[in-house]
Write a protein that binds this ligand. Structure first.
Ligand code: SIN
Ligand code: CO
Length: 381
């Protein structure tokens, strides 16, 4: 696994002074960095219809973008194009290891690892992102210009490319293998490839109130909660039939607020909603499913590894009852299994001893066996 080295400041300093605030270059954040995927493997992934990919280039001075899956790359020249593949951590265990050095930010904030292969003069053009990104330079060299936050005009350079007007750079840097550029949301940036490059963008994204409210609405409908109708016995005579008066407005707000004040409901919603993956998982079910005894036996010999991109979390409000949320599903194993549940969510690799408290619980063992058989966790071999 690549290990992160911060020579100029501590992680605490980074979180206090840069995270969500300003861009910074972390020189040689990954010492002696070696690529985690080959260009051929990346090009192969972009031929799969379950994988989200794009090609970006300029033709006769006009920006072009094509979405995958691709059948051939023959129409591209030797320079001036980029292949962008989303969520490569879901498909490549090696690329998934790049998530761990950034685990000082909790995984519910993680979006994915996007990998970009680009030829000299390639890039996606000047743009603004809505997420925090750590752009980790693999092989090759790229020049990055980053401007300040502000009122930048955005326009569609192509139907699929939202660009930004030229901006003054507050950072203008050349990234070499192992260098990391952190860019918070809202800062315009433009990366141009100097020498054929692989870049790995570890992206983090917050949810908007719109995302959360629409998710909460779906959740309460699914769970058949919040269906009690507004009730108003003792209502006084109304003299303004067209008015929603202050007292009625208060009732409506209280009806909505009662859902938000229910900590268990909000915890179960947040855990389920945030643990759902946006992109497909590369689940490889076991050809010969294990039973619980085989699972326990194998776990004595080797660790379990979480499949890349699988999301599982616990929330303080429900963790004491051994509740966790795995790939959008609530799972409850009881208070005695709490330590195992916490380990399941915190650790990428799990040993028998880390899971001990859960392994005494047949329901936990049954769930773990089902997950391993379905490919959510796998044995290293
Ligand atoms: C790129 O690597 O060219 C695109 C990454 C980004 O700017 O977000
Ligand atoms: Co960007």
């Amino acid at each position: 696994m690549p290990s992160l080295t911060l020579a100029e400041f501590s992680l605490d300093h980074f979180m206090a002074h840069y995270w969500q605030q300003k861009p910074v270059v972390i020189r040689q954040g990954f010492k002696a960095f070696e690529d985690l995927i080959t260009p051929e493997e990346l090009a192969g992934l972009a031929c799969e219809d379950t994988v989200d990919s794009r090609l970006v280039y300029q033709k006769d001075g006009k920006w072009q973008a094509e979405t995958g899956p691709f059948e051939s790359y023959d129409h591209l020249g030797t320079t001036g194009w980029s292949l962008i593949v989303q969520a490569v951590n879901h498909w490549s265990p090696a690329v998934a290891t790049l998530v761990e050095p950034f685990a000082f930010i909790p995984k519910w904030r993680l979006d994915d690892v996007m990998v970009v292969y680009s030829r000299p003069q390639g890039g996606v053009g000047p743009h603004i992102d809505l997420y925090d990104v750590f752009i980790c330079q693999g092989s090759g060299r790229r020049r990055w210009r980053v401007g300040d936050r502000g009122a930048h005009r955005q326009f569609a350079a192509h139907a699929a490319l939202l660009h930004v007007d030229p901006f003054e750079a507050i950072l203008d840097v050349e990234l070499l293998p192992g260098d990391i550029l952190y860019i918070p949301p809202g800062f315009p940036h433009d990366g141009v490839t100097l020498e054929t490059a692989l870049s790995y963008s570890v992206g983090f994204r917050g949810k908007s109130a719109c995302d959360l409210l629409s998710g909460l609405a779906d959740y309460v409908i699914d769970q058949e909660q919040g269906s009690a109708l507004l009730s108003d016995p003792g209502r006084p005579v109304s003299h303004h039939p067209g008015q929603i008066n202050a007292s009625d407005f208060g009732l409506i707000r209280a009806q909505l607020q009662s859902l938000l004040d229910n900590d268990t409901l909000v915890a179960d919603f947040a855990g389920s909603f945030l643990s759902k993956t946006k992109c497909a998982l590369d689940l490889q079910p076991l050809e010969e499913p294990m039973d619980a005894a085989e699972l326990l036996d194998t776990l004595q010999q080797q660790p379990l590894v979480r499949t890349g991109g699988l999301r599982c979390f616990y929330v303080d409000a429900t963790a004491a009852d051994g509740v966790c949320y795995v790939d959008g599903e609530r799972q409850a194993f009881g208070a005695a299994a709490r330590a195992a549940v916490t380990a399941l969510c915190d650790q990428e690799q799990l040993s028998h001893s880390q899971l001990r408290s859960g392994l005494k619980n047949p329901e936990f063992v049954a769930a773990l066996t089902a997950w391993v058989n379905a490919g959510y966790w796998y044995f290293l071999d």
